[in-house]
Write a protein that binds this ligand. Structure first.
Ligand code: HEM
Length: 413
């Protein structure tokens, strides 16, 4: 049993009421100072799990340590797939096992080596011109409307289009794909009515069709690359391929959307930083936006052995949550962490995960998208006014924004 001294009574980071005003910085700072690793008791059933709790790792240094050490801190154990194995159909288990995010070495290493081919800096750079034109078009349409919800008008569209571009989804089929993506991720959103499992099935079926098509008609895209790997070495199973498309759609859309929306809010609150961006476009900007936004606030691992962590005795089988939303504001790693500083360098944030086997595969793509949208805004809009009120989607996992009402100044000529 865990000793009472390790426990923080009354604080449960899965309690969504903590996040009604965004990241609870003061609380996290206090906990970081008092105990960098603490045991978070959890009410049964909260957060989708029926366990009694987990360790929370809150400093930048310790989050990095956990991220780096995939052998000690497993991504596979304790996933929903393993926990509900007895209640799930075989094909769901196979698909769950094939999700890159949930895998451990050596399977993770092998699959990551294959799928990384579609995400090299060179592969991403070939998308730049297309995505720049899209970003500009999206911003121009928002400007023409005069006012609206920035999340819907600007931040949602580009991430979905970028994933469709990278996969090579024909234009005519994109609406369908986007609807599935919304359904898959909209479990907690009352406005989203579709069945997420059904949508996942549809993406799987679509993925199989796409793979068959590219086998017959190879193209210069990631699907062809993956299908070739599948055919040459037998390394990529159908389940892995289908799961990978599902993962891209889930991992790459809401995260980037939230980075863009929080970026806008940060510039609104810090006009001097917006001036600096318009004048100099520092290359350090995107990392500061991702740190500030921390779209993914936490991620879980499970200890594969007994290990000492931040003075606590973590035992084999214990769940360990890396609190990125705390690590990104740790004064031991950042000067003035509560200052939004687009020239910040170095910027050892863990917004894309700590440097380790699961470091965000899409980080080059996400960086490019954020840069292109703020470039288009800086080129085309002298000032944006966030008129508010902002509507958040409080969650202990994603730092979500549903609505950021904004006004764009009318064209003066
Ligand atoms: C992994 C954040 C955009 C694809 C991750 C992880 C984080 C993250 C924190 C690590 C999870 C872990 O430690 O287990 C973000 C943020 C984004 C973003 C903040 C936007 C600002 C994207 C995009 C894509 C993408 C655009 C692809 C289209 C992935 C994939 C993984 C991943 C496939 C799993 C990698 C693995 O397990 O080896 N992301 N992500 N992400 N991300 Fe992203």
């Amino acid at each position: 049993e865990h000793t009472v001294a390790d426990i923080r009574p009354g604080i449960d980071i899965t309690d969504t009421s903590l996040y009604v005003d965004g990241i609870p910085h003061a609380l996290f700072a206090r906990l970081r100072a008092e105990s960098p690793v603490w045991w978070n008791p959890q009410a049964p059933g909260v957060g989708g799990f029926d366990d009694s709790g987990f360790w929370v790792v809150s400093t930048n240094e310790l989050v990095r340590q956990v991220s780096r050490d995939g052998a000690t801190f497993s991504s596979w154990e304790n996933t929903a797939t393993t926990r509900y194995a007895d209640h799930c159909p075989r094909e769901h288990i196979d698909a769950g096992r094939a999700i890159l995010l949930n895998m451990d070495a050596p399977e993770h290493t092998a699959l990551r080596a294959i799928v990384s081919r579609g995400f090299t800096p060179r592969a991403i750079a070939t998308l730049r011109a297309v995505l720049a034109a899209r970003a500009r078009g999206i911003v121009e349409r928002a400007l023409a409307s005069g006012a609206g919800n920035f999340v819907e008008q600007v931040a949602t569209e580009l991430p979905l289009q970028a994933i469709a571009d990278i996969i090579g989804v024909p234009q005519a089929e994109r609406r369908r794909i986007f609807d599935w993506s919304t359904t898959m991720t909209g479990r907690d959103d009352p406005e989203v009515t579709g069945d997420p499992l059904e949508a996942i099935g549809q993406v799987f079926a679509y993925a199989m069709g796409l793979a068959a098509e590219r086998r017959d008609h190879p193209a210069d895209d990631i699907v062809t690359t993956l299908v070739r790997a599948q055919d040459d070495s037998g390394a990529l199973t159908d389940a892995e391929f289908g799961s990978f498309l599902v993962l891209l759609m889930v991992a790459g859309s809401e995260t980037t959307r939230d980075a863009l929306a929080h970026g806008l809010l940060a510039f609104q609150d810090n006009p001097a930083q917006w001036e600096l961006y318009r004048r100099e476009r520092p290359t350090t900007t995107v990392d500061e936006i991702v740190r500030w936004a921390t779209p993914v606030m936490s991620f879980q691992r499970t200890a594969t052995r007994d290990v000492e962590l931040g003075g606590q005795a973590v035992r084999r089988g214990d769940r360990v949550v890396m609190l990125y939303a705390s690590a990104n504001f740790d004064a031991a790693a950042f000067t003035d962490p509560q200052t939004f500083d687009i020239a910040r360098s170095p910027n050892p944030h863990v917004g894309f995960g700590g440097t380790g086997p699961h470091f965000c595969l899409g980080h080059n793509l996400a960086r490019m998208e954020v840069e292109l949208i703020f470039d288009a805004l800086a080129d085309l809009v002298p000032d944006i006014t966030v008129t508010g009120p902002v509507v958040r989607a409080p969650s202990g996992w994603l730092h979500g924004l549903k609505s950021v009402p904004a006004e764009y100044p009318a064209c003066p000529v």
